[in-house]
Design a protein around this ligand. Structure first.
Ligand code: PMP
Length: 368
């Protein structure tokens, strides 16, 4: 047993220090878990910004017919999807990559750019995975507070850029606050520096405007997903637009088969059925506005251009979320999001009856 001199040491002691420091991932509770935990028959989940109407029936049909589980995804399928995305966006195929959701794309972009001690600018609050990735890469996070209406503070961001800045994150509409960014503010950042500006547009389809035009800049990546408006969250598929030069680098770092054929074919089918996506978006937007006005009478709610609403009440959000859960409604307690107050809650816009269920439970909790 030569070479095993450190038997008293556990392998977990050998984890990289930055990995040890990352807080343990605590997933939200599932509908089944909450049913079991509180002995409930019906539970509504409004915690993960999913599409409550589901995927296109054409995408579901693909899954029923698919029988090539034993072979790797073919490059032709990838090319066909990229062609469809190119038509959908009006962007050249040579500038599009696909990946395992925006999560997978973000991971690759961090692999492309970030060395230990490099700086990553994250406007806060925003999507937690940006912080995780910065920690994984041993990068230095530069957290820049948002303005009162949650828009990014472009001057403060520009002032924070140094020679070590590799990535500036811009999320629009922003998770969890729901606001969109002004194209001129983001353009000012893009033009002021040579760092990569990563624009996360996971919720673009729900918004009145987007930032895709900025993808023309050589230091911009714009990422989108099939998880939200297209209702394919479980298939883990997204895409990004970038320069042809960046695409070459991207293809070097990505895993060889990041996306399954099932996901690719379902995404193609979804793009062939834009009517389904548009009708989901229309219903979700209408419900978002109704829910916004309902919440306005009860809590401090912020306008949203996404498929969720952000609000604060007088009650600690951990407690509020727990009480709602006991009443069969799962929302997202955002108090642990970097830059959020202890009163911050995000609620996804569900179907009308789910939203009503949420409002009833909320009234019950706030009254008590
Ligand atoms: N970016 C943002 C802002 C998100 O909210 C999410 C989903 N929670 C993601 C990225 C991840 O999306 P995907 O399912 O495409 O990995």
């Amino acid at each position: 047993m030569e070479g095993r001199k450190d038997r008293d040491q556990k392998v977990t002691d050998k984890l990289r220090e930055n990995v040890k420091r990352i807080p343990e991932y605590v997933p939200g509770k599932s509908v089944d878990e909450v049913k079991r935990l509180f002995g409930l028959k019906k539970v509504v989940k409004l915690a993960s910004n999913e599409n409550p109407y589901g995927a296109s029936p054409k995408a579901l049909e693909i899954l029923r017919r698919f029988d090539k589980l034993h072979v790797y995804p073919s490059p032709n399928e990838v090319e066909e999807l990229i062609e469809r995305i190119s038509e959908y966006l009006g962007v050249e195929e040579e500038r599009i990559v696909i990946g395992a959701g925006i999560d997978g794309i973000l991971e690759n972009v961090f692999k492309m750019f970030v060395d230990p001690s490099d700086e990553v600018i994250i406007p806060i609050p925003s999507f937690p995975y940006y912080h995780t990735l910065a920690s994984v890469m041993n990068a230095k996070e530069i957290r820049v507070k948002r303005k009162g209406d949650f828009r990014i503070d472009e001057e403060s961001i520009i002032g924070s850029v140094t020679d070590r800045t590799k990535i500036v994150i811009v999320c629009s509409p922003n998770n969890p606050t729901g606001n969109v960014e002004d194209v001129d503010a983001v353009r000012a950042i893009v033009e002021s520096c040579n760092a990569l500006v990563f624009i996360d547009e996971a919720y673009a389809e729900f918004a009145s405007r987007d930032l895709m035009e900025l993808s023309e800049y050589e230091n911009v990546v714009v990422a989108r997903t099939f998880s939200k408006a297209f209702g394919l969250a479980n298939l883990r598929i997204g895409y990004a637009v970038m320069s042809t030069e960046l695409k070459k680098a991207y293809m070097k770092v990505t895993t060889p088969f990041p996306v399954s054929s099932i996901a690719i074919l379902a995404a193609i089918a979804s793009l062939e059925d834009l009517e389904h996506m548009k009708s989901c978006v229309e219903k979700i937007r209408a419900e978002r506005e109704r829910l916004y006005h309902e919440l306005k009478n009860r809590v401090r709610v912020y306008p949203s251009e996404a498929n969720f609403l952000f609000f604060e009440s007088h009650m600690k959000s951990s407690e509020l979320a727990e009480e709602l859960m006991k009443r069969g409604v799962i929302v997202r307690d955002c108090s642990k999001f970097v830059g959020c107050s202890p009163f911050s809650v995000r609620v996804s816009v569900g179907r009308r009856e789910e939203n009503d269920e949420f409002l009833r439970a909320l009234d019950d909790v706030l009254r008590g």
